[in-house]
Design a protein around this ligand. Structure first.
Ligand code: SAH
Ligand code: SF4
Ligand code: F3S
Length: 438
């Protein structure tokens, strides 16, 4: 029996692709292992979004050289976003001669053939489809959890934010058909799945490539009817396409969770323009204010980049000001990272690292107290929590997520994992809540 080990870098798209890879390999009789030392094949599903993710994959791949020396039959396969970029792929292959198989984000289903070819010939096998117009829609997944699942609704991105490599790795935007999405979610519901997270780089623009035009809100309304599914989430939406129709969906669809992740990136209109984001600080805030007015208990989270080329102190202060006004529940914060091939990489006024780090810290100093304040408002409320896991440190403590996507710890036994229970919030920290079941 062949054993495989897989490491995943990057976003939920990659996590979900890993679930597909596992399914593809288990179907041909391979078994997953958590121990690299006993694996016959080691797979790296890589991310290209920031240099740090690239460096981590590069470094860890280097460490495999020893394993390969001890076991020359070991197969090393690399896939994911980094391998979609020719220059990066070539660089990896030239520095890490022990890589045996390279595949991309569009041909996961071909992995068994690629392994077979490598085993038969002993050759390096490289198979990346750069033309990403086709959707390979027929791959099932071996889902990590039974009660919650990722569901792809679209692939690729057409926005070309000037800092971002994703449009070059995941290709042009294309939507899955309504029928195949509904099919998948109905099947999930039948096997006991309660929560789905719809995935796409810009879900608001769902449906534009379909013959029968369907908007994202219309898709949500269809999914809301599926019996058994109790929670619907989505990642990620773009402020420029965040429509009134979607605000209405939050009001009318009982299963749509009261959480929105709406990446803002910067609070400076000048920088937003250079980023090619197509909205202003004022327009972003208007959307948030309107949403909060209609759905007062909604949690709003965001992504912010500091140190974009040419960002001045005034620009950065605009970002701090926006955070104070938007009152984000939490945010993913990033140091700007140069990605070759993007427009921002060509800009000459890159920001020195010390300034980036200083701004990063000041950003957190503003974000954290605001996040804590919003958590404090939940004290003494009763939240519906989907129980997810047993705590790593204490087997009497469970963790789960509220509808507004906050992590809660509370006492309970493992047999309620996968259920939705009522938890009264008793104490809060910046990143987590504590409570007791009622
Ligand atoms: N399509 C999604 C997410 C894209 S990647 C969206 O637009 O929301 C996730 C986040 O990584 C982005 O929102 C952005 O904040 C960050 N990011 C992307 N490219 C980056 C870069 N070159 N440097 C630093 N952060 C980056
Ligand atoms: Fe990247 Fe912008 Fe597309 Fe998001 S919307 S994936 S940040 S180009
Ligand atoms: Fe990374 Fe690719 Fe996702 S670049 S963030 S794994 S789309």
């Amino acid at each position: 029996m062949m054993k495989f080990h897989i490491s995943t870098f990057g976003c939920q798209m990659n996590e979900h692709d890993t679930e597909k890879i596992i399914w593809v390999l288990e179907k041909i009789g391979y078994q997953q292992t958590n121990n690299r030392n006993e694996a016959d094949i080691i797979i790296f599903n890589t991310c290209a979004v920031r240099k740090t993710a690239e460096d981590r994959a590069f470094g860890q791949l280097g460490e495999l050289q020893d394993l390969k020396r001890k076991n020359p039959d070991l197969i090393i396969a690399v896939c994911g976003c980094l391998m979609q970029k020719e220059e990066i792929r070539d660089y990896f292959l030239s520095k890490h001669k022990h890589i045996d198989i390279v595949f991309g984000t569009n041909n996961i289903h071909k992995l068994p053939q690629l392994i077979d070819r490598h085993l038969r010939t002993g050759d390096k096998v490289i198979d990346v489809i750069e033309d990403t117009r086709e959707i390979s829609d027929n791959i099932d997944s071996n889902r990590k959890y039974s009660y919650k699942a990722f569901v792809d609704i679209m692939y690729g991105c057409n926005n070309f934010c000037s800092y971002c490599i994703v449009p070059y790795t995941r290709g042009r935007e294309r939507s899955r058909s309504v029928k195949s999405i509904i099919n998948e979610v109905e099947n999930l519901a039948q096997t006991g799945c309660k929560e789905i997270t719809l995935l796409g780089q810009n879900v608001n623009s769902y449906g534009k490539t379909l013959e029968e035009k369907t908007t994202f809100s219309q898709l949500l309304a269809l999914l809301n009817k599926i019996e058994g599914i109790e929670r619907i989430r989505f990642m990620t939406s773009h402020p420029k396409d965040f429509s009134d129709e979607l605000i209405e969906a939050y009001k009318s669809l009982d299963k749509l969770c009261n959480h929105l992740h709406l990446p803002v990136q910067s609070g400076s209109n000048r920088i937003l323009k250079l980023m090619n984001r197509n909205y202003t600080k004022e327009q972003y805030l208007e959307r948030i204010y309107k949403l909060r007015e209609e759905i007062p208990d909604i949690a709003i989270t965001t992504d912010i980049i500091v140190g974009f080329p040419g960002e001045t102190e005034e620009d950065f202060e605009e970002t701090l000001d926006l955070i104070k006004k938007a009152k984000f529940d939490s945010a993913f914060t990033f140091l700007y990272s140069i990605r070759e091939g993007t427009n921002a990489a060509k800009m000459t006024n890159q920001i020195p690292d010390e300034i980036k780090h200083d701004r990063f810290q000041r950003l957190l100093d503003v974000l954290y107290p605001i996040g804590l304040e919003s958590n404090k408002r939940l004290i003494k409320t009763v939240q519906k929590v989907l129980v997810e896991e047993i705590s790593k440190n204490d087997e009497n403590i469970l963790s789960g997520r509220t509808e507004c996507n906050k992590l809660v710890h509370f006492k309970g036994s493992r047999d309620i994992i996968g259920q939705i229970v009522d938890v009264e919030i008793t104490n809060v920290k910046t990143f987590t809540l504590e409570g007791r079941m009622v």
